[in-house]
Unconditional design. Structure first.
Length: 368
């Protein structure tokens, strides 16, 4: 494990920890997309008996369910004349092309072509492994022999009734590398999110960053400080001083999680002393320059309380909209300015750089 205390906030903290590097060894918008990874392709509830078209990792995909409810993912392109199969229809478990009526089973094999007496043996559509996990459906678009279900990251709290969860989604015109860097960068909180997650005390608190098996983890603690509104208001502890802890994690190219807790050292009678929040950011590159993004905010108290749900949804929608806007503005500058992308990095940028380095290496490994 590689752990660096960034509390000094000095450039030496970074450069002491990072070996000399070659240009380009941090992923950016131009890095080839990583394919050997489980990505969310949709909310499970979006996929049904009406074919759903969605571009994922630059590939047009059609998603649907069999009559038994199993999700199916295949290329949204008929091998005959490239008609988008999502514009066809389901008959039983077969997807029927809307142009000349070829019928494809969930395995992608053509089972029938009306103009021929026998189905052509050469006509198949590429399919992708796809699985439901709680509220999400995950797809593997990399090497088929590497599609191990055990690699789907844990998001079990999203379907645990003890946790109250609110959720939203965005389509973002930016690259997913910048999105990861945004999520793992906590120094922007007081400036981009002054009304929600950013407090000056937290911005100055000690943090440590480490890498663990191609993941980047930031841990942070703050004792005896006012809670931020986004956590203090729903728990009704804004008048208290609390202890806070958080763990933000680059889990995979598809997932970022943050686990936060607020401890009230002197809870009122009948009130909890610990409030936990799990924040789940799930995103999938649509292309190198656009992202499907789902966020979930879960808490371990008063699940289903409509007032807390409303507050959490509105506060987090606002914060994430601020991130989305910032990423789209940055993307416009990088794309329209004549000069190639450059980044002047400082010690507090280290967590993002560590994640970008992991992504660069994962991408480079696939290119070999
Ligand atoms: S394009 Fe699909 S059957 Fe012809
Ligand atoms: Fe943010």
């Amino acid at each position: 494990m590689n752990t660096i205390d960034l509390s000094r906030g000095t450039d030496e903290a970074v450069f002491a920890a990072m070996e000399p590097r070659e240009p380009g060894d941090f992923a950016n918008h131009a890095t080839p997309l990583i394919r050997n990874c489980w990505y969310a392709c949709a909310c499970a509830s979006e996929i049904g008996r009406i074919p759903l078209a969605r571009k994922l990792l630059g590939i047009e995909v059609v998603l649907f369910r069999t009559e038994a409810g199993a999700p199916v993912a295949m290329r949204n392109r008929c091998p005959h004349r490239s008609f988008p199969l999502a514009r066809g229809k389901l008959v039983g478990d077969r997807l029927v092309c809307g142009y000349h009526g070829m019928e494809f089973g969930p395995d992608g094999i053509c089972a029938h072509m009306p103009a021929l007496t026998q189905a052509p043996s050469t006509a198949t559509v590429q399919t992708f492994p796809v699985l439901d996990r709680g509220p999400l459906t995950w797809i593997w678009m990399g090497a088929p022999d590497l599609a191990d279900e055990a690699l789907i990251p844990d998001t079990s709290w999203l379907s645990d009734p003890a946790w109250g969860t609110v959720t939203g989604s965005f389509h973002i015109k930016s690259d997913y590398v910048a999105m990861h860097e945004n999520l793992i960068d906590q120094t922007h909180f007081p400036f981009l999110h002054p009304g929600t997650v950013g407090t000056p005390e937290y911005a100055r608190s000690k943090l440590s960053v480490s890498t663990e098996n191609n993941q980047v983890v930031i841990r942070r603690e703050l004792k005896d400080a006012p809670p931020p509104g986004v956590y203090g208001k729903p728990a009704n502890i804004m008048h208290k001083r609390v202890d806070r802890a958080s763990e933000a994690r680059f889990v995979s190219p598809a997932l970022h999680t943050a686990f936060a807790s607020v401890r009230d050292p002197a809870p009122d009678p009948g009130q909890p002393s610990l409030y936990r929040y799990n924040i789940t950011h799930v995103f999938t590159p649509e292309t190198n320059n656009s992202i499907h993004y789902w966020w979930f905010n879960s808490r371990d108290y008063r699940p289903g309380d409509p007032d807390i749900d409303r507050f959490m949804f509105e506060a987090h929608s606002q914060a994430y909209r601020e991130d989305v806007e910032a990423l789209e503005w940055i993307n416009e500058v990088v794309r329209s300015d004549g000069e190639a992308q450059f980044d002047l990095s400082f010690a507090p940028d280290k967590p993002g750089l560590m994640a970008r380095r992991i992504m660069y290496r994962l991408s480079a490994r696939e290119a070999r």
